[in-house]
Design a protein around this ligand. Structure first.
Ligand code: LLP
Length: 425
């Protein structure tokens, strides 16, 4: 099973003992479960099947080719926010006509590359971007298919740093400006503006902001059609949260029902852009305890993973469950510890005063829910090599990205001529 649960007292996924992976590839390492990826995708796709949407996996959540490829094989498209992500999606086997290009700051060279690749649509987020896209398309003798991202000014009720649909956020255009931009686009021969897009935030656990948003989109689409704008596609974005700490999350069936009730009867092609909900709980970050240090006020469990491998706790005060790979006995005494990494920042802390069973140097732990926004947000800060990534499937596993070598850390750095002469000046 792909559940990162204990079997015979040892944490396993997809029939593989995680300690075996740690021994083979070392730590820290991200480990993803194929069963979890595939089952989660299938469950989501099945719930939405009556609406026949295009599921564009938000590649930013986890852009390893093997992860994108797993979804591509199941029929997914991709939501990308840079030419880098577009190249990954294409390399992983996503057909160009299933790729949506989002983002507030697309450069002209990125627009040109995406136009040449023949992607499905651009999600345009401002008037200057609309004008730039028109020019780039005309320059190539092409016509860009686009949707306009609207900002409905609805509070997603999530962490402020991952809220995107309020008027104080840089994303999208307000509803009144949307009306005006559709008029503008009529006079832009390089653009076929024929869709509406929205995304109000990430890690939503309450469906009502989504249902309000989709209802606002439905009103907008009706009004635009009333003014003779052909609206053929509605992109509903992503944002469905996962359980990090036993939260009740949005059930795909409820999500499908809300979509059906709000925009289901408009006859538009629906696009959804789930990221985290497809991958978040399909991965863990394996790490080994380096030291246990008793401080004056607190006890610190120092891991070999750090904020450069998983930034979410430092950046968003995010909770990630942490569990030893060997199941602690039922009577194990829990005591509060700070679980930290070796990076020279006090923010390098995965958990504060977390109640944990006894941990010793050398013990292996899994930091859970690390399938989304973990490896993709990694850096080599403190010159720590980027960790390995592993995909498990059917009792077997494959390294899908080897651990970076020390030499690779600076292999592309160049000493300028005045530093290579050797002589003192
Ligand atoms: N579509 C658009 C336009 C987006 O901006 C995003 C995420 C998604 C789809 C996918 O959203 P999801 O289904 O994953 O919620 N690094 C943060 C999350 C940033 C999300 C950015 N946009 C975190 O670790 O919580």
């Amino acid at each position: 099973m792909g559940n990162f649960a204990y079997t015979g007292g040892r944490m396993q996924t997809d029939g593989v003992d995680l300690a075996q992976i740690a021994d083979a590839v070392g730590t820290p390492a991200y480990v993803y479960s194929s069963v979890a990826l595939e089952d989660t995708y299938r469950r989501f796709a099945a719930a939405l099947a009556p609406l026949d949407p295009l599921i564009c996996y938000a590649v930013k959540a986890n852009s390893n080719l093997a992860v994108i490829g797993t979804f591509a094989r199941l029929g997914a498209g991709a939501d990308v926010v840079s030419v880098g992500e577009m190249a990954r999606a294409l390399a992983a086997g996503v057909p160009a006509d299933r790729i949506v290009f989002a983002g507030v700051g697309k450069r002209r060279d990125e627009m040109a590359a995406a136009l040449k690749a023949g992607i499905l649509q651009f999600n345009v987020e401002s008037e200057p971007e609309l004008l730039a896209l028109n020019e780039v398309a005309l320059g190539l003798g092409l016509r860009a298919t686009a949707s306009l991202r609207v900002n409905p000014d609805i509070d997603a009720g999530t962490h402020p740093k991952i809220t995107t649909g309020s008027r104080d956020n840089k994303f999208g255009v307000d509803i009144a400006s949307a009306m005006r931009l559709f008029e503008t686009a009529k006079n832009l021969p390089g653009i076929d503006l024929s869709g509406v897009a929205v995304h109000i935030g990430s890690q939503l656990t309450d469906i009502s902001p989504l249902s309000d948003t989709f209802a606002a989109i439905a009103r907008l689409v009706r009004e635009l059609r009333g003014r003779n704008h052909a609206i053929r596609r509605i992109d509903l974005g992503g944002g469905i949260g996962i359980a990090y700490q036993g939260e009740t999350v949005i059930d795909p069936k409820d999500y499908a029902r809300v979509v059906m009730e709000t925009v289901g009867d408009l006859g538009a092609k629906l696009i959804v852009e789930p990221g985290r909900s497809l991958v978040g709980n399909a991965g863990v970050l394996l790490s080994r305890v380096v030291y246990v240090k008793q401080g004056e006020a607190r006890r610190f469990v120092i891991l070999d993973a750090a904020m450069n491998d998983l930034l979410r706790p430092a950046l968003y005060e995010a909770f990630h469950e942490i569990a030893p790979l060997v199941e602690p006995p039922a009577q194990a005494k829990l005591s509060p510890v700070d679980i930290v990494g070796p990076v020279c920042e006090s923010a390098d802390r995965f958990a504060a005063e977390r109640m944990m069973p006894p941990l010793e140097a050398g013990d292996l732990v899994a930091i859970k829910s690390a399938g989304a926004y973990a490896a993709v947000m990694a850096s080599s800060y403190n010159s720590r090599p980027i960790a390995a990534e592993v995909l498990v499937r059917d009792g077997d596993f494959a390294v899908i990205k080897p651990r970076q070598e020390i030499a690779q850390l600076f292999a592309d750095e160049i000493l300028p001529p005045w530093l290579t002469g050797g002589a003192h000046g």
